[in-house]
Design a binder for this molecule. Structure first.
Ligand code: SF4
Ligand code: FES
Length: 243
């Protein structure tokens, strides 16, 4: 069936502002939107720019706004966004990040927030053994945030980032922090929680749940943010008792 891809274009050399351009493509309902975009690039307009790498929902590089919702193009089927022939599918870059070209955004700020939370294990100093034993129940505590592929869909969908606090580190950075905050092998919890216990850390989150709705990995993002908030409070109470 034929559908119209209405793509937001911006070529900095020639465009003063972004504009929409329509491309009519012949697709099957089970085709992926990424395949349709690749068809346009290979056969209609080679100047069309977008990122993609794995094409299988693993790398997170092809997140974009598809019919108004943040999604991965490689995990979106035509039938998910086009009910019948002639349907118009609007494709735009992610919101809240500067557009570089067409569907490509500049992730610099997003990854600055990622680095701020120290997204690495600070190992427990274990002199008795070279291994730090972790039980299955302890491992399960941080299983959810390990699924994050840093696609930035949650960040782009967040109304707090868009409308209230552009300095809010955002849901993805908090997921990266949660991955280590709840890891029993990590000893960096104090400094990490200090970073998150900030006016632009976890507290701007207002539980809109947009991040949870759009996450292509099915992470319970809002729930994890609230777990981190509770962990900060518990850690502070414990520290007060110890002093
Ligand atoms: S939490 Fe989900 S939506 Fe956010 S960056 Fe990670 S995978 Fe993407
Ligand atoms: S291209 Fe890697 S997640 Fe879609």
């Amino acid at each position: 069936m034929n559908v119209i891809l209405r793509i937001k274009r911006y070529q900095p050399e020639t465009d003063d502002a972004s504009r929409f351009q329509d491309f009519e493509v012949d697709v099957e309902p089970a085709d992926r939107l990424l395949d349709a975009l690749m068809f346009v690039k290979r056969n209609i307009d080679g100047t069309l720019c977008f990122r993609k790498s794995c094409a299988h929902g693993v790398c997170g590089s092809d997140a974009m706004t598809i019919s108004g919702v943040e999604r991965l193009a490689c995990k979106t089927l035509i039938r998910d966004v086009a009910e019948k022939a002639g349907a118009v599918v609007t494709i735009e870059p992610l919101k809240s990040l500067p557009v570089q070209r067409d569907l490509m955004v500049d992730y610099t700020r997003f990854f600055e927030f990622y680095r701020v939370v120290k997204p690495f294990l600070v190992p427990v100093q274990n002199t008795a053994s070279s291994e730090t034993v972790q039980m299955p129940a302890e491992r399960a505590r941080f299983d959810d945030p390990t699924k994050c592929i840093l696609c930035a869909s949650c960040y782009a969908s967040c109304p707090v980032v868009a409308e209230k606090d552009p300095d809010f580190i955002g849901p993805a950075a908090i997921m990266q922090a949660a991955r280590f905050v709840f890891d029993s092998r990590d000893e960096g919890i104090g400094p990490r929680l200090d970073i998150l216990d900030d006016a632009h850390g976890v507290w701007p989150c207002e539980n809109h749940f947009q991040c949870t709705r759009v996450c292509p990995r099915g992470i319970k993002v809002t729930k994890n943010i609230n777990m981190v908030k509770r962990q900060i409070k518990a850690f502070k109470e414990q520290s007060d008792q110890n002093t």
